[in-house]
Ligand binder design. Structure first.
Ligand SMILES: Cc1cc2nc3c(=O)[nH]c(=O)nc-3n(C[C@H](O)[C@H](O)[C@H](O)COP(=O)(O)O)c2cc1C
Length: 164
């Protein structure tokens, strides 16, 4: 089987939980993507500051990745939804790091995610093959169920074969 890496950004832990479940079931490597400068507030102002970053198209500098992406041909990319789309560190990742891969995309949200897949698909497809996507609504509310869903989806998505 091809070598798989699960990459994710998580501000408050939900996306991390899903990423860990996927990594466990696929027995694949896991790497957290972190911006050099993280959002400071966990209170309401996080929405203003985080939303501002998205709306103004900020692409934050990332802490150097601890894995060599050349070693993987399939990557799963996970993100919380911010202002209707992927979080800024994932924008940096998709636009500046991910090329020539098979990419599956997953995201955590609280209901405001209508265009979440389409936007990510377009961005990912510029340089990669998009192999699937799945959203998880408030996964911490029922972590066991979300984790099961994530595992089943991850196995399913890998059954698709795409030649780059
Ligand atoms: C700055 C910011 C903006 C957000 N915008 C949205 C949004 O537009 N739609 C939505 O459904 N959830 C939104 N959320 C909620 C998160 O997507 C949701 O809580 C997610 O599960 C968090 O994942 P995490 O724990 O991995 O950070 C936002 C959260 C933050 C911090």
């Amino acid at each position: 089987m091809s070598k798989i890496l699960i990459l994710y950004y998580s501000f408050e832990g939900s996306t991390r939980e899903i990423a860990e479940s996927i990594s466990k079931v696929l027995k694949s490597d896991l790497m957290e993507v972190k911006p050099v400068e993280e959002l400071k507030s966990k209170g309401f102002s996080k929405f203003i500051w985080g939303g501002y970053q998205v709306v103004t198209g900020k692409k934050p500098e990332l802490i150097p990745l601890s894995k060599n992406l050349d070693d993987y041909d399939t990557v799963f990319i996970g993100t919380p939804i911010w202002a209707g789309t992927y979080a800024p560190p994932i924008k940096s990742l998709i636009e500046d790091y991910i090329e020539g891969k098979k990419v599956a995309y997953f995201y955590c949200h609280e209901g405001g995610h209508k265009k979440a897949i389409e936007k990510a698909k377009q961005a990912i497809e510029k340089k990669n093959a998009f192999i699937g996507a799945k959203g998880f609504m408030n996964p911490k509310k029922n972590l066991e169920l979300s984790s099961e869903e994530a595992k089943n989806w991850a196995k399913l998505v890998l059954t698709k074969t795409i030649d780059l």
